[in-house]
Design a binder for this molecule. Structure first.
Ligand code: MN
Length: 246
């Protein structure tokens, strides 16, 4: 299990202070795949192993989707982010979150690459951590209270989140964030844009790119959005909420 530790450090490095999630034995396999080792030697960022096995979120998210999504899509963002940063090695030591919050300060020749591939790396790392097998079903603690206070009820919040996700035209994400006024807000971003660039702190985020659901749900994005609640890790969401309010 010691093989798992580097991936935890990767998550922490990418996302900042996050709660520790349980390590599953199968996830360590990913670290030993040639793809991952090759990627990690090419720059400051490497693909973190999933914090659970590929099939852990079945039947909500199928293993084949998880494998392609993580090993191919997420890996490509990491690879392309490293390629971009190779042109400006001085940025390699900046935290990714800082780069994404201050895209205007990123050199113009790699700004779009950092926005797209850095955003892709950050968003997916956030996304994997936010899910777990048999999620907790309901928000917990102060986040549960804040959702009720802001959206009248958890059910109403869920409907509005699903509706917002359905309205994303093309590829993007739907988020629950703490906005710059420190209030909960549902928002969407296009492509791999992050809420960080808007001065917000993500609490929840769901990937509505077709690659996230098409193999199992085909064109039925709404079914995917509704089923996704069953794998949300509300304990992690609560940690994000606590951090956002500091
Ligand atoms: Mn994705």
């Amino acid at each position: 299990m010691s093989d798992f530790r580097p991936s935890r450090r990767q998550f922490l490095a990418v996302l900042g202070s996050l709660p520790v999630v349980a390590a599953f034995g199968k996830a360590a396999e990913a670290l030993t795949s040639p793809t991952h080792q090759a990627l990690s030697s090419k720059g400051p960022y490497s693909l973190p192993a999933l914090p659970y096995p590929y099939d852990a979120l079945e039947p909500i998210i199928d293993a084949q989707t998880m494998r392609l999504h993580h090993d191919k899509h997420h890996a490509a963002y990491v690879d392309n982010l490293n390629k971009a940063l190779a042109q400006h090695p001085e940025l390699g030591r900046e935290g990714l979150e800082q780069l994404l919050r201050n895209l205007d300060k990123v050199p113009a020749d790699i700004r779009t690459a950092v926005q797209n591939h850095g955003g892709g790396h950050w968003n997916h790392t956030f996304f994997w951590e936010l899910m777990k097998p048999s999620g907790s079903r309901q928000p917990v603690g102060e986040l549960a209270e804040a959702i009720r206070a802001t959206f009248s009820s958890f059910e109403n919040f869920q409907s509005r989140f699903v509706e917002a996700g359905l309205k994303v035209f093309g590829s993007g994400w739907v988020w629950l964030v703490v906005n710059s006024q420190k209030r909960l807000e549902i928002l969407t971003t296009a492509n791999q844009d992050t809420p960080l660039a808007l001065g917000a702190y993500p609490i929840l985020g769901n990937d509505v790119w077709e690659h996230a659901y098409y193999l199992k749900y085909q064109n039925r994005r709404g079914d995917y959005l509704k089923a996704w609640w069953q794998v949300v890790n509300w304990d992690v969401a609560l940690e994000h909420y606590a951090r956002a309010r500091k």
